[in-house]
Design a protein around this ligand. Structure first.
Ligand SMILES: Cc1cc2nc3c(=O)[nH]c(=O)nc-3n(C[C@H](O)[C@H](O)[C@H](O)COP(=O)(O)OP(=O)(O)OC[C@H]3O[C@@H](n4cnc5c(N)ncnc54)[C@H](O)[C@@H]3O)c2cc1C
Length: 457
């Protein structure tokens, strides 16, 4: 089953409520202790896939990109120096060929990891089984039937788990459904809406093929494609306040510096709106507030582990575990013959339970792998590990958006609505065509926002 090709209160003193254009006008004057930067016409907040791609679509415009961190890429990030090849700390798969992201990566003539001859392995009962050997396994058939039905589900809105509990899938294999429909979509099966998943699946158009890059990282591709745009990025500049009216938009950064623009495209993760990390004056309309409350974005982390030998079968692509990790990927396959690396992506409740002590997951992972492979295979061969906890990243606060019960594409669409033809919204969670939660979804949302920005009137 493929995944659906699948801010801080500043206390700066402007109260909520309508801000008159005279306020905006006053922002061009230098205030006590403030630095004045009267700036270009269009600002983009966030230098991730959406922000950088939006900038490429605005040639001839004066563009400034504000990025809170010291690097571009957002959730497309490389982990360098850990192994004899660079790893993906965030997004690692291109989900579908019919997408601008696939086109960008392909334009470099890079090689993808060859899937031919590789296998997914599943822990059913207590043993590890090859997917190729599971054609007649009744548990596996029940899982596949459930997942196939889930993609076209049109009944009452409920979580995947609630629906699962009313199915003929035996509880002993719920972990596989969680891996495919929960974890793969950025959360746990007790949180995600089956109706929302089906709606996204039926609307998505990118295709089902999945690609991993063999020789380079996604971040290096993004940086090379966006060389000119990177020159427009102001790093370490988190935007904390957005003041907008029919005349324009004023942004305030964390240092209290203000910048004035004709139009602004916001591309920050939905979690920042949910946490009130950016103050809007006037406040965002209730419809938009309701919308972002109806979009899920939960905890998520990647654990990258290096072992002294490959204790998994040589043809392994992925291992669907029964413990704390729903799915392990052999990240070194097709990339190194001397380093043996497993990458584990864990989303939702298990990550929330770890709180601020993410490393406590390591003993559980080793116990899980030891029980699958026997002879303390993992605990005696672990050389080192690296945890990238996206939930603890102050400018991401989670993994990626997913549909919750009562939400769905209507919520993504509402989040995307521009305000006063001045303030525009892009970023993966604003994609309302079934590609939310993906890189290509982020890029397509940027294209939509730029079309809105350039629309006359
Ligand atoms: C572990 C993990 C695995 C994933 N796997 C895949 C995958 O295999 N395939 C796939 O397609 N997608 C995957 N995704 C999802 C994909 O990475 C995202 O959907 C996509 O990168 C989001 O791009 P974006 O531009 O919308 O947001 P982001 O990449 O989050 O960019 C937003 C930018 O805004 C900045 N920012 C935030 N707040 C402020 C502020 N106040 N002021 C200024 N800047 C700010 C952030 O620092 C960030 O750089 C994965 C994500 C994670 C976390």
């Amino acid at each position: 089953m493929k995944r659906r090709a699948f801010i801080r209160k500043t206390g700066l003193g402007v109260s909520a409520g309508l801000v008159s254009s005279s306020f905006l006008a006053s922002c061009t004057a230098k205030g006590a202790g403030d630095t004045l930067v009267t700036s270009q016409k269009i600002a983009i907040v966030g230098a991730g896939a959406a922000g950088l791609y939006a900038a490429t679509l605005l040639p001839g415009q004066e563009v400034t990109i504000f990025e809170a961190t010291e690097k571009p890429g957002g959730r497309i990030r490389a982990l360098k120096g850990f192994a004899d090849f660079d790893l993906e700390a965030g997004s690692e798969e291109i989900k579908g060929k019919n997408s601008i992201w696939y086109d960008w990566v392909s334009s470099f003539n890079l090689s993808f990891v060859d899937n031919k001859g590789s296998q997914n392995y599943y822990t059913l009962d207590t043993i590890l089984r090859k997917e190729a050997d599971l054609a007649t396994n009744t548990d596996f058939q029940a899982i596949n039937d459930f997942i196939n039905q889930a993609t076209i589900y049109n009944g009452a809105d409920r979580t995947v788990l609630t629906h699962l509990q009313q199915s003929r899938v035996p509880p002993r294999v719920y972990h596989v459904v969680n891996a495919a429909l929960g974890n793969e979509n950025g959360t746990s099966q007790n949180k995600i809406s089956i109706k929302g998943l089906a709606e996204a699946n039926q609307t998505a158009s990118a295709g089902k093929d999945v690609f991993r890059l063999a020789g380079r990282t996604f971040n290096s591709v993004l940086e090379e494609r966006c060389k000119a745009e990177l020159l427009k990025v102001k790093y370490n500049t988190p935007i904390q306040r957005v003041v907008y009216d029919t005349m324009g938009v004023v942004l305030f950064d964390a240092a209290g510096i203000r910048y004035q623009f004709d139009k602004v495209i916001m591309t920050v993760p939905v979690s920042l709106y949910q946490n009130d990390d950016i103050i809007f004056s006037p406040p965002l309309p209730q419809t938009k507030v309701d919308a972002f409350k109806k979009i899920g974005m939960g905890a998520g982390m990647k654990i990258i582990m290096s072992f002294s030998r490959a204790f998994w079968p040589a043809d392994t692509d992925s291992i669907f575990g029964r413990g704390v990790v729903p799915k392990y990927v052999v990240a070194s396959r097709g990339r190194s013959t001397t380093n043996f690396i497993l990458s584990a992506t864990v989303m939702g409740d298990p990550v929330t339970a770890l709180g601020t002590r993410p490393a406590t997951i390591i003993p559980s992972i080793l116990a899980d792998l030891d029980s699958i492979f026997g002879r303390n295979a993992a605990s005696t061969t672990l050389l080192k590990y690296q945890i990238i906890d996206w939930s603890q990243e102050p400018y991401t606060k989670g993994a990626y958006s997913y549909p919750i019960v009562g939400g769905g594409l209507a919520a993504n669409r509402e989040l995307a609505q521009p305000l006063l033809s001045r303030l525009f919204f892009a970023g993966e969670a604003t994609h309302f065509g079934g590609h939310a939660g993906t890189v290509h979804g982020a890029m397509e949302s940027a294209r939509r926002a730029v079309e809105e920005v350039l629309r006359p009137g």
